[in-house]
Design a protein around this ligand. Structure first.
Ligand SMILES: Nc1nc2c(ncn2[C@@H]2O[C@H](COP(=O)(O)OP(=O)(O)O)[C@@H](O)[C@H]2O)c(=O)[nH]1
Ligand SMILES: [Mg+2]
Length: 231
């Protein structure tokens, strides 16, 4: 007890340290098993599952693909994804609005062995909490959908700051929502100058060929290193 008359314990720091230890275990597992993990994050309804189905279709001829579907309670997305031929586990997070590294490690433990070469974690729909937790993924991929507005990076800066790549989904609706792509990019690049930005439509398929090609190259590069191969 200090002179304020009560104890002050920084629980947040403890949570972060524990999460960091589990994230390290996730990275070691991916390294050992030769797998690439994508942490897919977005608001509810932005198009995570729709994008995921297109990504599975594009990658499944080239890599084995697995999915971890995180949801507070439901399992509709797991069924949709299963129909696209990916090995899938459903993770119920209960009252938690995000996945942390410990839950991710548990999810990886539930996937078939050998682990799929590409594993996508569809995180809980939320732009705040998932941004705060490093789950040990190789890539943080976020989706902003056109109806959410080109000023969303200003409202939820952390998500845009920590992501490696960003998809702007639902570009088929751009005219209706008066979405300004240049303004959006300016807002994002102020926070994260190096972020990769890919405008797509999971509905029409526009933009997916270029995006999935770049994604496959990135995955291949990492997996080659994990297999100890040099180019
Ligand atoms: N117009 C349009 N609708 C989309 C697109 N992508 C997803 N949707 C619709 O948006 C809704 C939410 O998509 P879903 O993939 O379930 O989002 P999630 O909650 O982020 O997983 C569904 O009704 C989809 O059909 C798109 O590119 N264009
Ligand atoms: Mg979904």
């Amino acid at each position: 007890m200090d002179n304020k008359g009560f104890d002050l314990i920084e629980v947040r720091a403890g949570i972060e340290a524990e999460n960091g230890r589990y994230a390290l275990l996730v990275r070691e597992l991916l390294e050992r098993e030769g797998a690439f993990l994508i942490n897919l994050m977005a608001s509810p309804g932005a198009g995570k599952t729709s994008v995921l189905c297109r990504v599975i279709d594009a990658l499944k001829g080239r890599f084995s693909v697995g999915v971890m579907e995180a949801d507070m309670d439901a399992d509709v997305d797991a069924r949709t994804v299963r129909e696209h031929g990916a090995d899938v586990v459903q993770l119920h997070t209960g009252t938690s609005c995000h996945m942390d590294a410990k839950m991710t490690l548990e999810g990886l433990g539930a996937l078939k062995r050998p682990l799929p070469e590409v594993i996508v974690l569809e995180n809980v729909g939320n732009l705040v909490c998932p941004a705060e937790f490093d789950v040990g993924a190789d890539m943080r991929l976020m989706i902003l959908s056109v109806p959410e507005g080109d000023d969303k990076p200003l409202k939820y800066p952390l998500m845009f700051t920590v992501s490696d790549w960003m998809l702007i989904n639902k570009i088929d609706t751009a005219a209706i929502f008066d979405f300004d792509f240049e303004r959006c990019e300016r807002n994002v690049r102020t926070l994260n100058p190096d972020i990769g930005i890919f405008p797509v439509s999971a509905k029409t398929g526009e933009g997916f060929a270029g995006f999935t090609e770049r994604l496959a190259e990135r995955i291949e590069e990492t997996l080659r290193k994990r297999r100890g191969e040099t180019r």
